[in-house]
Design a protein around this ligand. Structure first.
Ligand code: GLY
Length: 424
């Protein structure tokens, strides 16, 4: 009897030992307990978003992809726009939450039409387009055909990598905002987001080339886009022969030296994701630095939804283009930058020390609460069917200023789902 008890004790001890690494790992991802009132808000927001996307779906013809709602009109694009993946991706998050088969049916119909995009090599946006759509579909259903489409897309994206520069070229070429110069190898901070597709392809195929390209691109971005204070340039133009930096500037921010809010958000999210894939501490430091710049900025409003640029109208920041900072008053916010940042913070909180993780998570909760309030979240049946209001696309070009944007919705839905997953 005694021996039997001893055996049980030893057995339990061994079991505990075996379980230890697992529970530590699990704990690492969710040090902070989700709060019940935030969970309730998240559930309510997802329910409301399901209703809203049913309404959005009704407004659309099968070949129309929703982009924004301006002057009382729904604006749509083709799936070839850089935003093509966000609508099916958002539908898939909502299906994952609700198990509503009508949303899944709509997502699948959109995915079918997006398959030919896998061979696009005209720009860097393929990661956004294919990983947010087929990446989520593969995550949920693990269909080999989705994997094959993602790998083919990664091949297309990798063709834009130039080893002389060490980067993926974002656009073929673009004129500087003052119209005086042609940038021939522009790389934008947004490009960090496309790297997730490459990491996926290496894991799916066992071929390291994709991930090697992603890591090199991230290293060059860390070196040449990120400033010493952890804000970032939007665009870096390279000399393709020598790999030297030719200029650092903006296309969508207030000035070349300002902090464009969505660019900052792409950086926080992008470097967090690259740290997840590499476990290289340099990328974690960069993600943290960029997050702290955003969260500690004296010009971040109380509700923590940033202005479209942190430096609009400030001394020392001069637009390279003919722009009156008082043109839009009050200064427009960018709910998309907030949504991207919340989603990133919920992941980053699991990679840092406990105190910092607590701070990131509590800030993410506050931002989620702002976004889910009537100030930003639309009433069902309004806002053209989009969930969020008050995002800003390209203010310098007077494009999509203070409107709903499909990518604000996508990252908001992702953040809600990430928060929801904390309780498991
Ligand atoms: N990637 C384009 C944008 O953030 O506006």
């Amino acid at each position: 009897m005694k021996r039997c008890f001893k055996k049980i004790l030893i057995g339990s001890y061994l079991l505990l030992l075996a379980a230890a690494p697992l529970s530590v790992k699990a704990q690492k991802q969710r040090r902070v307990q989700p709060r019940a009132e935030v969970q309730a808000m998240v559930t309510e927001s997802l329910q409301a978003s399901v209703h809203q996307y049913h309404y959005l779906k009704q407004q659309l013809k099968p070949d129309q992809w929703p982009r924004t709602f301006e002057n009382g009109k729904l604006q749509t694009v083709t799936p070839y726009a850089w935003t093509g993946g966000f609508y099916p991706g958002g539908l898939l998050y909502l299906y994952e939450f609700s198990h509503d088969h009508n949303l899944l049916k709509e997502a699948r119909a959109r995915l079918e039409k997006m398959e030919p995009l896998k061979t696009v090599t005209a720009h860097h946006d393929l990661g956004f387009m294919m990983y947010c759509s087929f990446g989520n579909a593969y995550r949920l259903f693990e269909k080999p055909e989705y994997k094959a489409i993602l790998v083919r897309s990664a091949q297309s994206l990798a063709r834009r990598f130039d080893p002389r520069v060490g980067c993926i070229q974002s656009w073929d070429q673009v004129k500087s905002l003052d119209g005086k110069r042609l940038l021939k190898f522009p790389v934008i901070i947004d490009n960090m987001m496309n790297l997730e597709l490459l990491f996926f392809a290496s894991k799916a195929t066992g071929e390291p080339l994709y991930k090697d390209i992603a890591i090199k691109h991230a290293e060059m971005t860390m070196k040449n886009h990120v400033r010493p204070d952890f804000s970032c340039y939007h665009v870096v133009d390279y000399d393709v022969e020598t790999g030297a930096v030719k200029s650092r500037e903006t296309q969508q921010g207030f000035s070349d030296n300002s902090a464009w809010s969505r660019g900052q958000a792409w950086g926080i999210y992008g470097f967090t994701m690259v740290y997840r894939e590499t476990k290289d501490a340099r990328f974690l430091q960069t993600a943290k630095g960029m997050a702290d710049f955003f969260l500690n900025h004296p010009n971040l409003p109380k509700d923590k939804i940033p202005y479209w640029d942190f430096n609009v109208g400030q001394a020392g920041f001069d637009p390279p283009w003919n722009f009156d900072p008082l043109k839009y008053q009050p200064v427009p916010r960018d709910a998309s930058a907030a949504a991207i940042t919340v989603s990133a913070l919920l992941e980053l909180a699991g990679y840092v020390d406990r105190k910092t993780g607590d701070r990131y998570q509590r800030t993410a909760e506050a931002m989620l609460q702002s976004l889910s309030s009537p100030a930003y979240r639309a009433v069902t049946g309004e806002n053209g069917g989009f969930v969020l209001k008050h995002a800003s696309g390209g203010v310098p070009g007077n494009i999509e200023v203070d409107v709903p944007l499909i990518y604000a919705d996508y990252y908001y839905l992702e953040a809600l789902m990430r928060y929801r997953a904390l309780k498991k």
